[in-house]
Structure formats: C-alpha cells, structure tokens
Design a protein around this ligand. Structure first.
Ligand code: GAR
Length: 198
C-alpha cells in the first residue's frame, strides 16, 4: 500500500480527483495518510476532513521565520510516514532539506506542458494567462518528480488540451483541470503505487 501525503494550498480539486479515484478503484494500493495545507482557510482541508482523512494546516504565518516554517512542514510530513508526497496545487517552495530527504518520492502537478510556461512565477491562473498571451493553440498539464529546481524534475506524464477561441484564463484553467490534471495526477499515482515492491 502506497502511503501518500498530499500537500495543497487552495480549492483542492486535484485532491478531490485523487480521493474519487481511490474510492472508485481507478487508483489502487494507495492510501492518503495526511493532507497538509500552508493555508488554514484552504477548502481542500474540508474536502479531506469530509472523508475522514487527517488534515492539518501548517502556516508560515505561525512561525517567526522561513526556516522554522520549513522545519515544521518537514516534521508534519515525517509524522505521516509517507512513501510519496503529492504536491496538488501546493504553492510553497519545497525546502531543500525535504527534497533531499524524499528524493525521487515527491511529485507535482503543473498546469502546462513543461517546458512551456513553467518555472518561477508560473503558478495557477498566471500559467494560463501566459499561454493565452503567447497565443498557443495547445496547452495541457504535466506530472513530474520534484528536484531542487522549479518545475525541472523528470516528467512522469503529460496530457495536451486544446485552447479555444475566446478562452479566458479561467475557462482555460477549468478545461485543463477537467481534461488533463484530474486524469493524469491519479494515473501517475496509480502507476507508482502498482510498481512499488512492498
Ligand atoms: C492546479 O491547476 C495546479 O495545477 C496548480 O494549482 C491549481 C490548484 O488547484 N499548480 C500550480 O500552478 C503549481 N505550479 P486545486 O487546488 O483545485 O487542485
């Protein structure tokens, strides 16, 4: 059984997709052992609690400096003893200490076809604003392993999504979620869970 810790910052629709996929058997051999948010008000925490999943907020606002927050975040992850950390809309720079400790065991969903529209400053709606500004006709989403860079780790899965005339950042974001993110993030978790030898 792959024990996953899901880190979130906002609405948690990707978390919901993972929970639904576990419930309906699309994702097997997987248990969400904890959900962590950097944002106390994140609706994602409610989604997790509604399913009886341990859900905690670890907010930088509660710590004197970044280092103390980073230590608390790592401790919060460690406590859950995960095999895999899933960043599902987690808008926090992962502390280098955590990347080292969980090397090859952290994955992220990014709402574009990496290497387009990724790296520092590209998150959430900003990614779709940039895609529309550039006038691309196809965008999509990427699941990748997390390394020390921003969106630079090995790619696990990608799915393309068409841009439609008249799209706004919001309509494009919604289509990318529905047609790509909510599909490939559970798929990537399932493939990791089922290759796992334990
Ligand atoms: C998702 O679109 C995810 O790809 C993006 O944040 C959104 C979170 O939505 N992540 C990034 O931009 C990371 N760079 P959700 O809370 O509804 O899952």
């Amino acid at each position: 059984m792959l024990r996953i810790c899901v880190c979130v910052s906002g609405g948690g629709t990707n978390l919901q997709a993972i929970m639904d996929a576990i419930d309906n058997g699309t994702v097997t051999n997987t248990k969400i052992v904890r959900v962590i948010s950097n944002n106390k008000g994140a609706y994602a925490l409610e989604r997790a609690r509604a399913k009886g999943i341990d859900a905690v907020a670890i907010s930088p606002k509660d710590f004197e400096n970044r280092e103390l927050f980073n230590d608390a975040l790592l401790a919060g992850v460690d406590e859950a003893e995960p095999d895999l950390i899933v960043l599902a809309g987690f808008l926090v720079v992962i502390p280098p200490k955590m990347i080292k400790k969980y090397e090859g065991r952290i994955i992220n969903i990014h709402p574009s076809l990496i290497p387009s529209f990724c790296g520092t400053g590209y998150y959430g709606l900003k990614v779709h604003e940039a895609a529309l500004a550039r006038g691309v006709k196809v965008t999509g989403a990427t699941v990748h392993y997390v390394d020390e860079g921003t969106d630079t780790g090995p790619i696990i899965m990608q799915k393309a999504v068409e841009v439609i005339d008249g799209d706004t950042p919001k309509t494009l974001q919604q289509r990318v979620m529905e047609q790509a993110e909510w599909i490939i993030l559970p798929q990537a978790i399932n493939s990791i869970a089922n290759k796992k030898e334990r």
